[in-house]
Design a protein around this ligand. Structure first.
Ligand code: SF4
Length: 307
């Protein structure tokens, strides 16, 4: 039995079977790269968005999904799928264009729902209204990049939005019954352990429905890589990360669905930390550590950041 409220368990509860995500690159860009907000992007972003690899690039949405689906069926004997609009800011287009892309994804056989990843500043009212429709008639999650609850960090990593922007987007979703999964990075430079753990308390109070925890990855060609190579970015080691994730989970409301506990950096572009490539080992260590402590998600909710 898992000691946290995992997304895979949520999918089994809802659909009664394993459901796999099919990543889609629908050709979006991002206001933090195209000049609308900034041109440099977030310091950790490698120019391919938040990372969808192994996709049939340049193909239409349905063709990409058919290709990935074939692989999933062969590898995992999967039968049900979620369309995952992952690369860049997947609400950064006019509503009619978004509708056409999301409908195309939902029309692929055996696709039972939709996950859309975006930035808080790409959710005007009409887009939120559109998403509300999908949330009402299909299985739907909006993944919202937060990364840190500290404005100081958001400025330092070049996010191009502040916490107030996240809070506004979240309120717009909550008003419409759209479930939100917040993305948070652990190990960002300049944040203390207490500040990172306070992120769990922030998510509890904000009332998000899900969280995706990422480990800070240094990818080739990013501004973070330059900082790292200059010796200015301390990295967590594996045991440090495992301990931090367990501390975070202990403080996280048990109703929040945990979509991910570590990153998924592309092997060829990853500079550090290389131990993160052994993803299943990291996940096993987290399970073992929670078991060793005899704790679970939410066990220390509301107890602050110090043990
Ligand atoms: S918001 Fe996402 S796509 Fe845009 S620069 Fe940051 S990580 Fe890259």
């Amino acid at each position: 039995m898992q000691r946290y409220n995992s997304f895979s368990e949520e999918l089994k509860r809802v659909f009664g079977c394993k459901v796999q995500r099919l990543s889609v690159d629908a050709g979006f860009t991002c206001p933090n790269r195209d000049g609308s907000v900034a041109t440099g992007g977030c310091i950790f972003c490698g120019g391919r968005g938040s990372g969808s690899y192994g996709i049939l690039e340049g193909a239409a949405v349905a063709a990409q999904m058919a290709h990935s689906k074939e692989v999933m069926v062969r590898k995992y004997k999967a039968t049900s799928f979620l369309a995952y609009f992952q690369s860049f800011s997947n609400t950064y287009a006019p509503v009619e264009k978004l509708r056409q892309l999301y409908d195309e994804a939902l029309s692929v056989p055996d696709v039972v729902g939709l996950i859309v990843g975006t930035r808080p500043d790409c959710l005007p009212e009409e887009t939120l209204d559109l998403l509300q429709g999908y949330a009402e008639r299909s299985y739907f999650w909006l993944e919202l990049g937060l990364q840190s609850h500290l404005d100081r960090t958001l400025a330092a990593i070049g996010r191009g939005h502040d916490l107030a922007s996240f809070n506004r987007a979240l309120a717009g979703c909550q008003k419409r019954g759209i479930r939100v999964c917040a993305h948070v990075i652990l190990g960002l430079p300049g944040e203390s352990r207490e500040e990172m753990l306070a992120g769990a308390e922030f998510l509890n109070a904000a009332g998000v429905d899900g969280v995706k925890l990422h480990l800070l990855h240094v990818m080739r060609g990013t501004r973070l890589a330059e900082e790292y190579q200059a010796g200015r970015v301390p990295m967590l080691d594996r045991d440090g990360y495992v301990g931090l994730v367990c501390d975070f989970l202990e403080r996280l409301d048990p109703n929040i669905v945990v979509h991910r506990l570590t990153g998924d950096g592309n092997r060829a572009d990853l500079i550090a930390p290389l131990w993160s490539l052994k993803k299943f080992e990291v996940l096993n260590c987290i399970d073992h550590e929670l078991e060793r402590r005899g704790t679970r998600q939410g066990q220390k909710q509301g107890l602050g950041t110090r043990d």
